[in-house]
Design a protein around this ligand. Structure first.
Ligand SMILES: C[S@@+](CC[C@H](N)C(=O)[O-])C[C@H]1O[C@@H](n2cnc3c(N)ncnc32)[C@H](O)[C@@H]1O
Length: 335
């Protein structure tokens, strides 16, 4: 049975006031803790744009919109590497957009930024060739309404680039978050929650030796590389977006984002299918979690496997893989 994590109020009572409460809580969190911060690396979205570059290169005057652009690391990254595109961003949080404005100045990138919710009609009088929604739809009060609204603002031949939390990647994080909430339910009581978090990390540290002994050589090499990258970033005083598995020794925007977020969801393939199809989209390319991995399929299943549809194949890859990640998808409107 597929499962789903959500602490959204709207997912429980579907009322306008619950939607308002979710949106206020999300706005409040990012006003206090814009994320990622100014020093983080830009994100040019090559993973998503490479498969559609050939098509985009045939178009003139490309209009790109990053929704939930936050501090602008995607928006400025894309604008800097595509100076000929018109790049727009929208976000709820003024504090985040102030960082985005500074970031675009630092990089000499031309972007147009609006403050608002992408659950409301967007303040743009044209449709877009590409809309990206990175790490944001799972935080908004109503993901389905958001996707339907974005669909209206996308050209019929446009692309929606979507990054969504995968439950299989973040299960352990939500377990820790729930444990902290039993001890201190107020998500804004950062210091009290951080004290409980630190106690837990000290308590479980000794298990690392055991985990290391059980780690596959390939994963171990990946972990060493990531640790080295992060070590160099720290020495250069450059921040990044650390995973929840980092040991945090102080309260920071990423720690708050991981362990005190007031509205977030994490998906498995069946819920992603429902969200994508109900909002009138189809998948052009599945780039991460769920992506078809034929190596996981026993030879004895081959004939039956070939009869399955894409969603069933993606779900099988999710079920049979060890661990998991986030969803990264290129979508287009269903015809
Ligand atoms: C984790 S940040 C991601 C920022 C950026 N997309 C990135 O990948 O670096 C999530 C952002 O989504 C924004 N957000 C959530 N719901 C929104 C909504 N309904 N309208 C506009 N922005 C929203 C938040 O304000 C926050 O800045």
């Amino acid at each position: 049975m597929a499962s789903f994590y959500s602490n959204s109020k709207m997912d429980v009572d579907h009322s306008r006031s619950a939607r308002g409460a979710d949106e206020d809580a999300v706005r409040g969190m990012y006003e206090d803790a814009p994320y990622p911060d100014l020093g983080s690396d830009l994100k040019a979205l090559d993973l998503y744009l490479d498969p559609i570059r050939a098509d985009l290169s045939k178009r003139d005057g490309i209009k790109f919109l990053d929704v939930g652009c936050g501090t602008g690391h995607v928006l400025v990254g894309v604008a800097k590497s595509h100076p000929q595109w018109d790049c727009y961003g929208i976000d709820l949080s003024k504090a985040s957009l102030d960082v985005a404005a500074e970031l675009s100045k630092m990089h000499g990138a031309k972007v147009k930024i609006e403050r608002g919710s992408y659950l409301d009609p967007l303040p743009f009088d044209h449709q877009f060739d590409v809309i990206s929604a990175m790490g944001t739809i799972h935080h908004c009060a109503d993901p389905l309404a958001a996707m339907r609204n974005l669909r209206k603002h996308l050209r019929d031949d446009g692309y929606l680039l979507l990054h969504l939390y995968g439950l299989r990647c973040d299960r352990e994080k939500f377990d820790i978050k729930e444990a902290l909430s039993i001890l201190e339910p107020d998500l804004r009581a950062h210091q009290a929650r951080f004290n409980f978090y630190s106690g837990l990390m000290d308590h479980t540290r000794r298990r690392w030796a055991k985990r290391l002994a059980l780690t596959m050589p390939g994963d171990a090499i990946g972990a060493v590389r990531a640790a080295w990258r992060n070590f160099k970033r720290r020495r250069r005083n450059v921040s990044w977006s650390p995973s929840f598995r980092e040991r945090y020794d102080r309260i920071s925007a990423p720690w708050i984002d991981h362990f005190c977020h007031p509205c977030e969801r994490a998906y498995e393939v069946p819920q992603v299918q429902e969200l994508v199809e109900t909002s009138g989209f189809e998948v052009v390319r599945m780039l991460a979690q769920g992506r078809e991995n034929k190596k996981l399929i026993p030879r004895e299943w081959a004939d039956r496997y070939d009869e399955l549809d894409d969603w069933e194949k993606w779900r099988l890859s999710e079920l049979l893989a060890a661990g998991g990640g986030s969803f990264a998808m290129i979508l287009r409107k269903t015809r």
